[in-house]
Design a protein around this ligand. Structure first.
Ligand code: SF4
Length: 217
């Protein structure tokens, strides 16, 4: 059963690749998470030769193996925003510093079939990095993030991605208890800043890796 499903998604991804390219994104395609990770290591890094690398929260980024490979990467300064040994203050400062790196890697909450990246952040470091600051951005995208349009993207994020992420992060929010968004006023609310990235500016600054596998939330 997997083969027709993979074929279906391959065609969808190829179509989306062309749409994203017309929106000035540079686009790569990978058959699975591991191939996507290797692609970034073997194709993106040698070309960019970044002197500093960091990342924003993304389960897809971790699933590709990139987090483990880059932690020991010898040719660039690594700003690990996932470092659990940091105090909350140090962690925030690390996220601020990550906005000026040569290469910032993250995921996306949704991609529309018109080639827009749609994201919703708690702290804002991920949407900030995608928007401005890092010289180059790589966005790792599992096929499950593709949606029809902006309305469906927003619905997907509020109805599914935000509650499941609140559960994953053990947040004390209504959605973590009930699965339903109540537009809460919780101090731990994870829904604070939206971005819709319609095009990459400058052209090619944002590189999208489309992956033929369900990844992340
Ligand atoms: S606004 Fe609050 S309740 Fe709604 S999804 Fe976000 S964190 Fe959950």
């Amino acid at each position: 059963m997997e083969k027709p499903v993979r074929n279906y998604w391959q065609l969808r991804l190829e179509n989306l690749k062309e749409v994203l390219k017309s929106n000035n994104f540079e686009v790569f395609m990978a058959g699975d998470a591991r191939e996507a990770g290797r692609m970034v290591m073997d194709k993106v890094l040698p070309k960019l030769a970044p002197k500093s690398i960091s990342w924003g929260g993304s389960m897809t980024f971790v699933a590709t193996g990139l987090y483990d490979m880059l932690k020991g990467y010898p040719d660039a300064q690594i700003l690990d925003t996932f470092d659990k040994s940091l105090s909350p203050e140090e962690s925030l400062e690390r996220r601020r510093e990550s906005l000026l790196v040569d290469l910032f890697i993250t995921g996306t909450n949704a991609v529309t079939r018109s080639g827009e990246l749609v994201n919703l952040d708690m702290i804002g470091n991920r949407v900030a990095g995608i928007t401005f600051g890092p010289r180059n951005v790589v966005v790792m995208v599992g096929r499950n993030k593709i949606v029809e349009d902006l309305d469906v993207a927003i619905e997907r994020i509020k109805d599914y991605a935000a509650p499941t992420n609140a559960m994953r992060l053990n947040k004390k929010t209504p959605c973590a208890k009930t699965s339903v968004c109540e537009e809460c006023k919780s101090p731990e609310r994870i829904c604070n800043s939206w971005t819709i990235t319609q095009k990459s500016f400058p052209k090619g600054r944002i590189k999208v890796v489309l992956i033929n596998e369900d990844l992340g939330l």
